[in-house]
Design a protein around this ligand. Structure first.
Ligand SMILES: Cc1cc2nc3c(=O)[nH]c(=O)nc-3n(C[C@H](O)[C@H](O)[C@H](O)COP(=O)(O)OP(=O)(O)OC[C@H]3O[C@@H](n4cnc5c(N)ncnc54)[C@H](O)[C@@H]3O)c2cc1C
Length: 560
């Protein structure tokens, strides 16, 4: 007799990665159980920088407004020397993906909004004080041991067992799921530690972030929302954590950076060590890893949280297709293929920035202090840094992408699609993703693309629940030649016209995570869809498709 499956997906860990994944899966109609061993979400100081890709992921599940309440948009990051001279500034002005490229934020408050978001889904539940202690696969599923624990993590009551199709370990850097899988976590942990101090009633009134490159006293000052100011101080080698975070030492440290008349209202403090590690694979059988469980990086580029959110967006729609029987299990292998290299690139960048901030060797220190100020005067370099062009952006040469010929890193396929504003037939302006929803889309310039698909390719579009979209200049009529079951949108910013001008075809196939799966010409469309279906192991058999439509599509919100 087949074992009963309680949930489609069980998620171990209610940090931002697990909660975002659960919100995506909930939106896609997947039955989810999130298990968290703690009695409440983590409340200590952590992430302070949220990027545009993460905000877009929250937008996809209708939570971006709630999240943005806890952000400082367009926060500038300045690297200054001990005399306060600015050596470099990260201050992007463009918003190619529809949101500020970098915003300050308070992670525990955002995590709470993500947990609150789960209450919208009757098929998603979050259970606290439940520790995942083991798991074993069986034919068709995975059996997970869940130990109820008290507020101190001590076992209470009997071990319980739940079954699921898949288990995702979003259980943080020490990931018990990764450990149980026997996966190494290669890389290194830096010997330097940092003390993070949060102060309420912001006493200096800065809206931005300053990295003070002072060999004697390197530190970071960050303005957070809700009047919180954060300081980060390096713990000198050989100092024990307890004495460094003692009241007395915290007072002394703050006295070095704040005027004497300020009596800082310290609300949190904690010592951290930085790590740069990555698991060799993010999937083994029916167990997957996401977020810090899969990769850890030093905080200097503020990308740990954001990298976990990208994992969640990449994995969610794939899991949804697989658990609904619409795609084969091998689709989940594309998760490691697509995410591993990019997470590795983020780790490398974070390590590099750490070396510039606190150079370990004296030669590097001289180069930074002497050559750095001269280099920073070069306009092209200044612009490169200001606009964050150094940030590694996803580019998938393999996975659920159909490149024409050799994958081209300068091309459009396998990259994040832009998010301009568009107008609907009623003249209401929306961000693109709000007009599409969390689903595949077949977007064409000017003319209908669906008219070009043969019967086999139409089945693929149907099984994917893809939305046909035609985009036209905003002066043209939008009520003519609408695609069947789709929409016509106006290119209010001219962004589509520019994009298609450079693209090798007038049709773009977008994935639910807004990665460009393919660009093609109308007569290439059917074959391109077949190639993507093959890569996804899409089920094109005669059986009736199960719920191809998302259970709850993001509400269409007009923007000013
Ligand atoms: C000082 C500091 C500053 C940072 N700044 C930034 C920044 O500016 N930007 C950025 O992007 N990132 C930043 N980060 C990193 C960011 O905080 C993490 O990358 C992020 O929290 C990882 O999220 P996660 O959900 O993967 O893991 P976590 O947030 O660690 O969540 C894992 C959860 O799993 C639970 N868990 C563990 N074991 C079990 C089990 N057996 N059963 C059930 N539950 C379990 C844990 O209790 C925890 O709640 C910073 C981190 C630090 C420390």
């Amino acid at each position: 007799m087949a074992t009963q499956i309680d949930y489609d997906v069980v998620i171990a860990g209610a940090g931002p990665t697990g909660l975002t994944l659960a919100n995506h899966l909930g939106t896609l109609g997947v039955r989810v159980l999130v298990l968290e061993k703690l009695p409440a979400l983590i409340d200590y100081p952590r992430g302070v920088g949220v990027d545009d890709e993460a905000l877009r992921s929250f937008q996809a599940v209708g939570l971006v407004d709630a999240v943005r309440r806890h952000t400082v948009p367009n926060q500038i990051m300045r690297f200054v020397d001990r005399r306060g001279r600015v050596l470099a500034a990260i201050a992007p002005t463009a918003q190619p993906f529809g949101w500020p490229r970098r915003s300050g934020f308070i992670q525990p408050l955002v995590d709470r909004e993500l947990a609150e978001g789960l209450k919208r889904f009757p098929h998603v539940s979050l259970q606290l004080q439940r520790s995942v202690t083991g798991f074993v696969e069986f034919d068709g599923g995975i059996r997970i041991d869940v130990q109820p624990v008290d507020a101190h993590g001590e076992p209470v009551g009997e071990l319980r067992v739940v079954t699921a199709r898949y288990l995702v370990g979003c259980d943080g850097g020490r990931s018990p799921v990764r450990t149980a899988l026997g996966l190494p976590f290669d890389g290194k942990s830096e010997s330097t530690k940092w003390l993070v101090i949060d102060i309420a009633d912001e006493p200096i009134g800065t809206p931005n972030v300053h990295f003070v490159l002072d060999d004697e006293f390197p530190h970071v000052v960050l303005a957070l929302p809700h009047g919180v100011l954060r300081y980060e101080f390096m713990v000198p080698a050989g100092t024990d954590d307890a004495s460094f975070e003692s009241d007395d030492n915290v007072r002394k440290l703050l006295a070095r950076v704040l005027p004497a008349q300020v009596k800082p209202n310290v609300i949190r403090r904690r010592v951290y060590m930085h790590h740069a590690r990555i698991a060799p694979t993010f999937r083994q059988g029916r167990a997957l890893l996401a977020g810090d469980a899969a990769h850890l990086m030093p905080v200097w580029q503020g990308q740990g949280f954001n990298t976990g959110i990208r994992d969640a967006s990449n994995l969610a729609w794939k899991l949804a297709l697989v658990v609904k029987g619409q795609a084969g299990d091998a689709l989940l292998d594309t998760y490691t293929q697509e995410r591993h290299a990019h997470a590795g690139a983020m780790i490398d960048l974070s390590v590099l920035v750490g070396k510039i901030f606190v150079p370990g060797n004296p030669l590097l220190r001289v180069v930074r202090n002497v050559v750095g100020p001269w280099l920073s005067k070069l306009p092209s370099l200044r612009q490169y840094i200001a606009e964050m062009r150094f940030k590694p952006m996803p580019f998938f040469s393999e996975g659920v992408v159909a490149h024409r010929g050799t994958p081209d890193p300068k091309g459009q396929v396998g990259k994040v699609f832009m998010q301009p504003r568009v107008a609907d037939a009623n003249g209401k302006v929306h961000r693109l993703d709000d007009a599409i929803g969390l689903r595949f889309a077949l977007v064409s310039w000017s003319a209908r693309a669906d008219a070009w698909v043969d019967a086999g390719a139409r089945l693929i579009l149907d099984r994917l629940g893809a939305l046909p979209v035609v985009v036209r200049p905003d002066c043209q009529a939008l009520d003519r030649e609408a695609p069947q079951g789709g929409v016509v949108l106006a290119d209010t910013e001219g962004a589509f016209k520019r994009w298609f001008d450079e693209a090798p075809g007038g049709i773009v196939i977008l994935r639910p995570d807004r990665i460009v799966a393919a660009v093609c010409k109308p007569w290439e469309l059917s074959d391109t869809l077949r190639e993507l279906a093959r890569r996804m192991q899409l089920d094109l058999s005669d059986r009736p498709a199960t719920a191809a439509e998302p259970a709850a599509v993001t509400t269409l919100r007009a923007v000013a």
